[in-house]
Design a binder for this molecule. Structure first.
Ligand code: MG
Ligand code: MG
Length: 273
């Protein structure tokens, strides 16, 4: 599949995006202190399968990696991404990033949301707010005739002026009949640099932002990515489609936020785009 999707392909991707958003909302109902993260994984897997789709991450592998064993990536506190669900039970004050992928009718959906468990510390709220805003700013920078660097620059600038660490070792990506397609969408960049964006591109924009260093380390399991200094990390991800005058967000957090209060604060004065 090329980078430019047809109207029919975009319609199918919109369905996959909608299912992944609904799945995260189903999970959201069950995020509370005392919840075992493996239970969240089972809830997501059953929900996806009952909607005629398959979990996209389960069995996903790279040449140097064992296949990812779960439906969700559940990344608590200093875990940036790719955390394993397991026997850990959520605690009041935890930051929990949940990333979900689905494969429906041959097309992938991919979205992530960072939840707060109970009340969060002011620093965790600040981190979630900056990361959510960075996602919105990155999406606002995405338009035909713009570039991949425009997206990265918008995200990087917003976070770095606040002293936050922008993770560079992991990036956003194109999406379609493959989970990860070209182009890569780094969360850093220079304005007007990098590949030109064109109408019909479908992209995952996904800032991964740390309260401390931007450096990350990987656990012995080969998957779990943590901030190198143990600082907290947040991750929000939307699928977008470049259209004739900007972009359309294919995923949504609206379903999630029918069940939980967002861990970020809405800033009325921030101008997007
Ligand atoms: Mg994802
Ligand atoms: Mg992704």
């Amino acid at each position: 599949m090329g980078m430019l999707k047809t109207t029919h392909e975009i319609a199918l991707l919109r369905q996959s995006a909608n299912l992944v958003a609904q799945t995260l909302a189903e999970v959201a109902k069950h995020v509370f202190p005392g919840q075992e993260t493996l239970v969240l994984d089972r809830i997501a897997e059953e929900f996806i399968q009952s909607h005629g789709a398959e979990p996209a991450f389960k069995g996903y592998g790279a040449p140097s990696l064992s296949p990812f064993p779960y439906t969700l990536c559940i990344s608590v506190n200093d875990v940036v991404v790719h955390g394993f669900p397991g026997s850990y039970t959520l605690r009041e004050g935890d930051l929990v990033s949940i990333d979900c992928g689905v494969l429906l009718n041959g097309y992938f959906g991919d979205s992530a949301y960072t939840f707060g468990v109970g009340d969060l510390s002011p620093e965790k709220i600040r981190l979630c707010t900056a990361t959510y805003e960075a996602l919105q700013l990155g999406i606002s920078a995405a338009c035909p005739h713009g570039t991949v660097g425009d997206i990265g620059f918008a995200i990087q600038r917003h976070c770095e002026v606040q002293g936050l660490g922008v993770v560079r070792d992991l990036v956003g990506h194109g999406i379609g009949s493959k989970l990860h397609e070209t182009p890569q969408i780094p969360n850093f960049g220079r304005p007007r640099k990098g590949r030109r964006l064109r109408k019909g591109m479908t992209l995952c924009v996904e800032p991964m932002i740390n309260l401390g260093t931007s450096d990350v380390v990987i656990d012995a399991d080969g998957w779990t990515v943590r901030s190198a200094d143990g600082s907290d990390s947040a991750h929000y991800e939307h699928m977008i489609c470049i259209n004739s005058d900007g972009s359309e967000i294919l995923t949504t957090f609206e379903y999630i936020e029918q069940h939980i209060t967002p861990p970020y604060k809405m800033n009325e004065t921030l101008t997007y785009g």
